[in-house]
Structure formats: C-alpha cells, structure tokens
Design a protein around this ligand. Structure first.
Ligand code: NAP
Length: 270
C-alpha cells in the first residue's frame, strides 16, 4: 500500500482539511490513511465519510502504515498529544509532520517527534467551505519542494500566510477562535431583534444579511470600518444612541481583550 499522507486524528478540522484535497483531486482517497482513537469513530468514518480513505484505530498494529507515510498531519486535541507515540524508524529528514494543534510550538513538537521535521499550521473552520485562512511556520531545514507541497494542500481551501512562529498565536486568536466571537455577536444581535418583537428566525436572517451586506460594502467600495460607521451615524440619530450604549458597556475593550485572551491561552499550550 502506498499512502501519500497520513492523518493522526480525523475529527472536525482534519476532515475540513482533507475533504477539499480529495474534492480537488490533489490526492486519491486510497492515498490517505488516518488514525483515530475509538472503534466508534472508525466505524462512523467508514460508514459516513464520503471518501473511502484508509482508517485505523490508535491501538491497532496496522496503523504503522500511517506512520510510514512521508507526510503526516497531526490533528488531535492539544490535551491528547501526550497519548501520541511516534513510531518511525527512518531519520527525520524523510518524515514531515504538519501539526494543526492550537498553540503547540515547533519546539514542543520537536521533543514529541524527534524523528520528524515539523511544520505548524493554524487554520480556521471556514476552510470547510473553501473560505479558510491558514498561517504556516516551517522548521528552518524544510526544503522548498516540501514547503510548496504543504502550502498547496491548504491553498485549495484557504488563503495561506507564511509567518515566523511568534505571530501564529495572534493569527490563531484572530482567525481560528474569532468565528465563535462572530457567532456570539450574531446570536446577541438576533436576540435584540427578538426583544423588539421579531421572530428568532427572521431576526437571524436579517442579521446575517446585514453583516454580509456590510462586509461586501467595505470590500467593494474599499471603505475603512470608520468610513462605514460615519456613513450610518447621523447627529442625534438612532445609530449614535446604539453606539453610546456599546461604548458605555465597554464592548470595544471586551473584544480587544477577548483576542488577547485567546492569544495568551494559545501561548500557554506552547
Ligand atoms: N475546530 C476548529 O475550529 C480548529 C481550528 C483550528 C485548529 N484546530 C485544532 O485542531 C485540533 C483538532 O480539533 P478538532 O476540533 O478537529 O477535534 P476533534 O473533532 O475532537 O478531533 C480529534 C481527533 O483526534 C482523534 N484522537 C484522539 N486521541 C487520539 C489518539 N491517541 N490517536 C489518534 N487519534 C486520536 C479523535 O478520535 P476519536 O473520535 O476516536 O476520539 C478525533 O478523530 C485541535 O488541536 C485544535 O487545536 C481546531
């Protein structure tokens, strides 16, 4: 069996990364082998994942074929890292490990996987629909061919940015954690609509369309956020009444601090 990519942990984010690779015919399903923790997940992926990839349980001796792949994607939770045992015989020059674990540094990866050259990737959930953002930091001695190959894997479904590792924690906060912040804002604004007497469904639809329209307007007219804010804020009007309340409640500062909180948590995992 000749696998091209091994995936250790095949949950939400691994599926979001691998599916566009298969959809875009970069690799064939039989060239991908994955390891998961439980029998239940093996069965679930065999029965429900639309591509027939190879899938093994972590305790199965067969999972060695995944570790024998030259390139592996590591996509377990940071808390599960301690359970992953590297089982490669080859020298590190032949093995590449791409980690998507939040906050886990290249230094720490090198200690867990001494027979691999490591790459740290931060991506976000919109990668699922081809609208992701991906930040990558490479070990210094990864060659240009491998750099290009890995970038190409992510470019089918996201905009890719190469960074020195120090920037990955803030990149993660702003791109990977922030979809939850946006979801919370959408939910809260919709509750505002509900409070004013609209149905929940209609409120959510209006909020989504308003946000989409606002973003397109910023992009298409090349406006700054301040330009857009000033356009809709007239003297003694409704919008300044809303903004005054948000300033009084500290929303701006809360949002800034939320990004710093996510960044600091990511650094703690390091
Ligand atoms: N979700 C996001 O938006 C996002 C974005 C960027 C980065 N990340 C990062 O991606 C990583 C995975 O997140 P996720 O949301 O995809 O998690 P998830 O859905 O819980 O997936 C974790 C996967 O790891 C498997 N696993 C656990 N222990 C294992 C072991 N010992 N050997 C092999 N496989 C094992 C699990 O198998 P079982 O199902 O059998 O337990 C599961 O397939 C995290 O480190 C996170 O920081 C997530």
């Amino acid at each position: 069996m000749s696998l091209k990519i091994g995936v250790i942990g095949f949950g939400n984010i691994a599926k979001a990364i691998v599916t566009p690779i298969l959809e875009n015919n970069l690799l064939k399903p039989e060239e991908i082998g994955c390891i998961v923790n439980s029998t239940k997940s093996v069965e679930n992926i065999r029965n429900n994942y639309k591509y027939k990839i190879h899938i093994y349980e972590a305790t199965s001796p067969e999972n060695k074929v995944v570790w024998d792949c030259p390139i592996k994607i590591l996509a377990v939770k940071p808390q599960q890292l301690k359970n992953i045992k590297e089982i490669c015989k080859d020298e590190s020059s032949k093995n590449i490990l791409v980690s998507v674990l939040a906050g886990v540094s290249l230094n720490k990866l090198a200690k867990f996987f001494p027979r691999h050259k490591c790459i740290r990737v931060v991506t976000n959930i919109p990668i699922t629909i081809g609208k992701g953002l991906t930040g990558i930091s490479f070990d210094d001695d990864i060659n240009d061919n491998n750099r290009l190959f890995i970038k190409n894997l992510f470019e089918k479904s996201s905009k890719v940015f190469e960074f020195p590792e120090d920037y990955l924690d803030i990149f993660l906060a702003l791109t990977s954690s922030a979809p939850a912040i946006i979801a919370l804002i959408i939910e809260a604004l919709s509750d505002g609509g509900l409070s004013g007497g609209l149905s929940k469904k209609l409120s959510e639809e209006l909020v989504l369309e308003m946000i989409l329209g606002s973003i397109l307007m910023l992009k298409e007219k090349n406006l700054s956020p301040a330009d857009l804010k000033n356009m809709v804020t007239s003297p003694a009007g409704t919008t300044i009444a809303a903004l005054r309340i948000l300033e009084r409640k500290g929303l701006r500062s809360a949002l800034i601090e939320s990004i710093m909180g996510a960044m600091n948590k990511s650094k703690e995992f390091g």
